[in-house]
Design a protein around this ligand. Structure first.
Ligand code: GLY
Length: 269
């Protein structure tokens, strides 16, 4: 999940692959999943990698009526223990939210839960966090009204929000970027202007990756110095190693086929 700092990644919610996963939306970089057993094995390996890094992992049961429901990142935004429940940007994904909302609300007892309303739309996958600086993608899933509601919460919490324009051929901000640490953004050349993230705080930087490694720019940095990376992106892998971090390489082929990336499959809370 992209809205927590490294030190806040102690617990992650995931959701099991449904039998209908081959019907998941795949309109951007995915060609559609075609091997559900392999998808299940990849999802298990993902959860095991989180567990091996001492993350407490919960798996919600699958729901065969909801082909995209493994992508829990989109359904709730958890920031410093506060919860924002967005209206998902694709109508087919709205029904995924109730069990996730119920889970995080129960886990974070006493927390402030805000729900988006009206015209506001947002997928959690459009948010990344660099320390205490936040970025949101204005995308086909996240609109200005949704961004305003996120900004209201972040202002209340004393955090800055910057808006990044997502090109029409990309799904989410997290489809093309991530923060493997609290001071580094990975992003691909050719998708965003060089100044897309603005002037960063001292000690922070954007590391631009080759355009053909856009998918690999989605990583999950963990508090123990490990970084989950997708298999097949050599520059991303070498960069993680050069940063003195330990990459954990995962085969994401079936999840990628559903337009899903590493961060999409977990919600840190
Ligand atoms: N298949 C993931 C999404 O379109 O949201």
């Amino acid at each position: 999940m992209a809205t927590v700092r490294l030190d806040q990644k102690g617990r992650a919610l995931t959701r099991a692959i449904p039998a209908s996963f081959d019907k998941a939306l795949a309109k951007f970089f995915g060609s559609g999943p075609n091997d559900i057993e392999l998808a299940k094995a990849q999802h298990l390996a993902y959860r095991e990698a989180l567990l091996a890094a001492n993350v407490e992992v919960t798996v919600l049961p699958s729901d065969d009526k909801l082909p995209d429901s493994i992508f829990v990142e989109d359904q709730a935004v958890v920031i410093d223990g506060h919860v924002l429940l967005p209206v998902p940007g694709h109508p087919a994904r709205v029904a995924e939210q109730p069990p996730i909302a119920e889970f995080v609300t129960r886990q974070l007892t006493g927390t402030q839960v805000c729900s988006m309303n009206g015209e506001a739309r947002m997928d959690g996958g459009d948010i990344i966090r660099l320390g205490d600086l936040f970025f949101v993608g204005r995308s086909s899933r996240t609109n200005d009204a949704g961004i305003k509601e996120l900004r209201d919460l972040l202002t209340h919490l004393g955090h800055e929000l910057r808006v990044v324009e997502i090109p029409g051929h990309a799904l989410h901000l997290t489809s093309i970027s991530s923060t493997p640490t609290d001071s580094v953004i990975f992003a691909p050349e050719g998708y965003l202007p060089e100044d897309a993230f603005g002037v960063l705080p001292e000690g922070c930087e954007v590391i631009w990756m080759p355009k053909d490694e856009a998918y690999g720019c989605n990583t999950i940095g963990l508090p123990n110095g490990q970084v989950l990376v997708a298999e097949g992106y050599p520059t991303v892998l070498a960069t993680v190693e050069a940063m003195g971090l330990q990459p954990v390489v995962l085969d994401m082929s079936q999840i990628r086929a559903a337009d899903g990336s590493l961060t999409c499959c977990s919600l840190f809370y």
